[in-house]
Design a protein around this ligand. Structure first.
Ligand SMILES: [Zn+2]
Length: 439
């Protein structure tokens, strides 16, 4: 752990990934460049250690934002016409050429949308909500992921979603929106918080009308890869402690917190563990997942390709909440006793605390039905959703000291779980219709 703090490479690596490769949406040339970069860095780190790295192919969605994204409020009594700061949501189709204009129906929940029913036909549905703190993300994110498709099913011509944000300097937050089965997708965009507030006032004084023009498109699925690296265990090489993060990012900003930070933390953890002599009892494997943001094909592909090995995955940990300072460790049911025994060294970075609540992650979620126990190194989420999925998710938002502390905590937890005599308890299969992954 000390080595990560004193001679760590996490921040320098994050600078390479963000300044040189930049945003890396699934299917883009930059996503392929990021895979090459990660493989080369793993090979460097593992040289002479007996560890190895490889690529595992997955097909990924290929969506392009395009170059046109404009829209705004039309003039109405008491309101001048004015443009919105907006971003197309991932998966959105284009508007008709020249854009569209329609009246707005505002709702604050999927239930309210269903209640509006026929009233939204031919209209633009505006999803407003009251996200104020990081823990609200899970509560309101379905408005973005499911709202536009549900609005389309009811005959709406487009959807506008208030950005899922904890701070705003008129910066819209993009993100994935799902297609509806049996209904054509509708154009969908995220509004900055300021513009959502404006539109809310205009609707209240209404009727309000907006215009929207997008030229986004979905291309045929593309080739992507999970980048995998491991150091084999000295006693039980078939038992695996898995560390994950996702290598893809949105196409705005440079994916520094989401999830470049997680990527360099788990890379750094493997680098220092590979230098330990002797190697830990069990195998430590790092997976940099493809396509977390708009498809989860990497996480699903890994669980499928490795289904036969999952009964011997003794723990999985995913870092995908940015690089705030480390707060402590959490685990799935029954994991507290073992984790508490492994915690004391984490006090050095302020994370020697066992935290209540479940552990998990979008990419490791598909391993849950196989009973794989999850652990988490929790980081301070206070400012994550200030920049999440925006043009402002850039290297300068990442604190190098916190990043190194996070990496050190991940390295210790992985090493300790791989070398402990005992393992975490396997998990019961989740109830049908259980929680889906977060994006
Ligand atoms: Zn992420």
């Amino acid at each position: 752990m000390g080595r990560v703090l004193s001679e760590g490479r996490a921040y320098a690596r994050l600078a390479e990934l963000t300044d040189s490769i930049g945003p890396r949406l699934a299917g883009s040339p930059a996503a392929a460049a990021a895979e090459k970069w990660a493989l080369a860095r793993f090979e460097e780190d593992l040289k002479g250690t007996g560890g190895r790295a490889w690529l595992e192919p997955v097909k990924v969605p290929h969506w392009e934002r395009g170059t046109v994204a404009r829209g705004g409020l039309l003039a109405q009594p008491g309101f001048r016409a004015q443009p919105f700061a907006l971003l197309a949501l991932g998966g959105s189709p284009a508007t008709p050429p020249g854009g569209l204009e329609a009246e707005v129906v505002e709702v604050d929940s999927l239930e309210a949308l269903q209640a509006a029913g026929e009233r939204v036909r031919g209209k633009v549905v505006f999803f407003d909500h009251a996200m104020a703190q990081p823990s609200d993300y899970g509560r309101f994110s379905s408005l973005r992921t499911r709202g536009p498709a549900e609005a389309g099913r009811l005959g709406a011509v487009a959807a506008l979603v208030r950005s899922l944000a904890t701070a705003s300097l008129r910066s819209p937050h993009t993100g994935a929106t799902n297609a509806a089965e049996g209904a054509p997708p509708v154009p969908a965009a995220a509004l900055s918080v300021e513009d959502a507030e404006l539109l809310h006032r205009a609707v209240a004084a209404g009727p309000a009308r907006v215009r929207l023009e997008l030229d986004s498109r979905t291309l045929p699925d593309a080739d992507g890869h999970n980048v995998v690296a491991e150091i084999r265990g000295r006693e039980k090489p078939d038992e695996v402690v898995l560390l994950g993060a996702h290598l893809d990012s949105w196409d705005v900003g440079t994916g520094a917190h989401d999830d470049g930070a997680g990527v360099v933390m788990v890379m750094e953890a493997l680098r220092v563990i590979a230098q330990q002599k002797p190697a830990p009892r069990r195998t430590v494997r790092v997976v940099l997942f493809a396509n977390e943001e708009n498809g989860l094909r990497g996480g699903r592909g890994y669980a499928e390709a490795h289904a036969a090995e999952l009964p011997k995955h003794v723990a999985a940990l995913e870092m995908d909440s940015g690089a705030g300072r480390p707060l402590g460790v959490a685990a799935t049911a029954g994991g507290e006793a073992l984790m508490r025994r492994l915690l004391p060294p984490l006090a050095k970075v302020g994370a020697g605390v066992f935290l209540p609540g479940d552990a998990g992650g979008a990419d490791i979620g598909p391993m849950r039905p196989a009973g794989v126990p999850f652990v988490a190194v929790r980081v301070d989420p206070t400012h994550y959703f200030d920049v999440h999925h925006t043009e402002a998710d850039t290297l300068d938002k990442v604190d190098p000291v916190f990043l190194a502390q996070d990496a050190a905590a991940v390295a210790w937890v992985a090493y300790a779980l791989a070398d402990a005599v005992e393992v975490l308890p396997r998990q019961p299969p989740p109830a049908a219709g259980g929680a889906a992954g977060r994006h």
